[in-house]
Design a protein around this ligand. Structure first.
Ligand code: AMP
Ligand code: MG
Length: 349
């Protein structure tokens, strides 16, 4: 299959191009598209065959449900059994935006899209190209991140191309994404809404709208002994090729600890990558040292993390050390993804 690549941004969204992209979805094909979080791999959410194709293109297990993307509030009602009052409030506050909510699904949503579940995850992205594309595609686009399973989610079209060239009909290149980490997922089917995956919309932000929300205890640690409530969270799907360890502690000690490991690992034939920050990066002595951004503004780190992990793959780094990040605000989402990528390997010093 030849994958067509077209460029679109807020200023340049040609009607014919949108119709072409939407037409591919309507006829059962796949189109990757930009959103504010990461690039999505879209198919018709109401067509079971499209969802099967998404799983095949990603090489993803089919018990891992897809998120249904909509472009307007009226489109929510037909795909869910009911809209709880709390969900209505969250939609008013955060839609369109990087928030996914879980509802009881209606009969028109096929089990192929929900990984066999009676619930459906729904999000309304704020990216102008995503919104126009979803409308052109008929209103319901099922989309997981547009990476091959086991690779970091793509934050630019270049990475979608690396993973999906020849496997899907079209890629819409809308430039680099804004946020760089997947949406916050909140389960609205339980009495007290529960965060299943942390993201840009934090617990504090949600609690400004709802009195209180709970958190899946498996998000940040393996210690609860429970299975994650969001099926996808059990897969180690943010994993780089190199063996990643997070090192947590005060700045001086972390730099010293990591630098001490480097010569031993190099002697064993390893190529060592290090994820630091603006204030530490010059002090590291690894083979490839990359700054993820500034601790003063952790949104910069969220935006760079997946790109850095991909670059380490490209440079065949075999061992990676990363600094640890605050677990407040967006930092919680950063740590959640890093812990997954590291298979929860973290050293506290
Ligand atoms: P993504 O990896 O960004 O495609 O996000 C999809 C993830 O959303 C899945 O891997 C699940 O973890 C979660 N998810 C989707 N639908 C549901 C659902 N009905 N119930 C719980 N989690 C869901
Ligand atoms: Mg994903």
């Amino acid at each position: 299959m030849e994958t067509q690549i077209i460029r679109m941004n807020e200023q340049h969204m040609a009607k014919e191009q949108l119709e072409k992209a939407g037409g591919i979805i309507k006829s059962g094909g796949l189109v990757a598209f930009p959103t504010e979080t990461v690039y999505g791999l879209g198919g018709d959410a109401l067509n079971p065959e499209s969802s099967r194709k998404i799983y095949a293109a990603k090489g993803r297990p089919s018990d891992n449900p897809l998120i249904v993307h909509i472009a307007k509030m009226e489109d929510l009602e037909p795909i869910v059994k009911e809209i709880p009052e709390a969900a209505r409030k969250l939609s008013e506050a955060f839609w369109p935006g990087p928030l996914t909510m879980i509802f009881q699904k209606s009969d028109i949503v096929p089990y192929e899209t929900t990984g066999g579940l009676d619930t459906v995850a729904v999000r309304m992205p704020v990216h102008p190209v995503a919104m126009a594309f979803i409308e052109a595609a008929g209103g319901y686009v099922a989309a997981p991140s547009a990476n091959r399973s086991g690779r970091p989610s793509p934050t630019s079209a270049k990475y979608v191309e690396e993973d999906m060239q020849g496997r899907i009909e079209m890629i819409i290149d809308g430039g680099d994404v804004e946020i760089g980490l997947e949406s916050t997922i909140v389960d609205m089917t339980v009495e007290k809404p529960m965060i299943l995956r942390p993201g840009y919309i934090t617990k504090e932000m949600l609690e400004e709208v709802l009195q209180s929300v709970s958190e899946d205890q498996t998000m940040m640690s393996l210690e609860s002994g429970q299975a994650p409530k969001a099926p996808g969270m059990k897969y180690r799907h943010y994993a780089p090729k190199g063996d990643l360890t997070i090192v947590d502690g005060n700045e001086e000690q972390v730099v010293e600890y990591i630098n001490k490991q480097v010569p031993f690992l190099q002697k064993e034939g390893h190529k060592v990558g290090i994820i630091g920050t603006e204030s530490t990066i010059a002090r590291y002595q690894g083979d490839v040292c990359k700054s993820a951004g500034s601790r003063q503004d952790e949104t910069t780190i969220a935006k760079e993390l997946y790109r850095i992990l991909r670059e380490f793959d490209d440079e065949d780094v075999t061992v990676i050390f990363s600094e640890s990040f605050d677990t407040a605000g967006i930092g919680q989402a950063i740590m959640n993804r890093l812990l997954k990528a590291a298979g929860h390997k973290i050293i506290h010093i």
